[in-house]
Design a protein around this ligand. Structure first.
Ligand SMILES: [Zn+2]
Length: 260
């Protein structure tokens, strides 16, 4: 898989379209690669061929640094710490990590390559249903090993998790998947997590799911809800699997949406 060793300062990129405001978002590229269209569910062969004529889909894992808060941490042995360093942010200075859900490409980077704490001064936040599912129900060993090294704080949907950041219920991809609405000085950004994996097809056709959605029906409902919310309120979406820089705006178009 190819890797791109660049983090993008979104506030600079978007300065010309008045997006600099109260939110500074830095896209942290962990890894880029490809997925196969066999990962898609609810997509016809003709739809797959239309959006991915080569049967390969671009894929990427991103994390975001928004106003001093880290959203997800990518893979263990990934590039998020290097990307933070390129922006002058040390692991020790990271105090708050908001996790969208407990899949390995989102929490793995809590551990360094030796299995030690990658962010020694950070508190880690996730939704209560997400924690309950992975830690208490399925007892996932990797999740438990990572979380036991941290002070873990759980929230319920609707909570103001940290000042200016509210948790949104986008469960479905995992039982406690959360997105975050960030507000600062009248600016807003949704850090969406895995509300979509392959935006080329899932924005125009939000009914298309992926094999690793735990509850595909609910995942589709959550995607439609969040896209509708973002479109109606004109709020940018930062997504962990959206093509870098990973921040888009959407508008409604027919049964689906288009991105800008
Ligand atoms: Zn993911």
């Amino acid at each position: 898989m190819s890797r791109i060793f660049a983090a993008l300062i979104i506030s600079v990129l978007f300065a010309s379209c008045a997006y600099a405001g109260g939110i500074e978002a830095i896209t942290l590229i962990d890894i880029r690669g490809e997925g196969d269209t066999s990962l898609l569910v609810n997509a016809s062969e003709s739809q797959k061929a239309e959006y991915y004529p080569g049967e390969k889909m671009p894929s990427q894992i991103l994390a975001f640094w928004v106003n001093g808060v880290l959203y997800d941490v990518g893979l263990q042995d990934g590039q998020v710490i290097s990307r933070l360093a390129e922006n002058g942010i040390s692991p020790e200075s990271v105090r708050t990590i908001l996790i969208t859900h407990l899949h390995h490409d989102h929490f793995g980077g809590l551990l360094d390559s030796d299995g030690k704490t990658a962010f020694p001064n950070a508190e880690v936040y996730m939704s209560k249903p997400e924690y309950d599912y992975w830690v208490n129900k399925v007892r996932n060993k990797s999740v438990i090993a990572a979380l036991k090294l941290y002070t873990v704080r759980q929230f319920v949907y609707g909570d103001e998790v940290v000042p200016g950041v509210r948790a949104i219920d986008t469960s479905g991809h995992t039982p406690g998947h959360a997105s975050y609405l960030v507000e600062a000085d009248g600016e807003k950004l949704i850090v969406a997590g895995d509300i979509m994996h392959f935006p080329e097809i899932q924005i125009p056709h939000p009914e298309v799911a992926v094999r690793y959605d735990e509850d595909r029906v609910k995942a589709v409902q959550s995607r439609k809800f969040l896209l509708d919310y973002a479109a109606s309120k004109n709020i940018p979406i930062a997504g962990m699997h959206i093509t870098p820089p990973g921040i888009i705006q959407v508008t409604k178009s027919g049964e689906g949406y288009v991105k800008h």
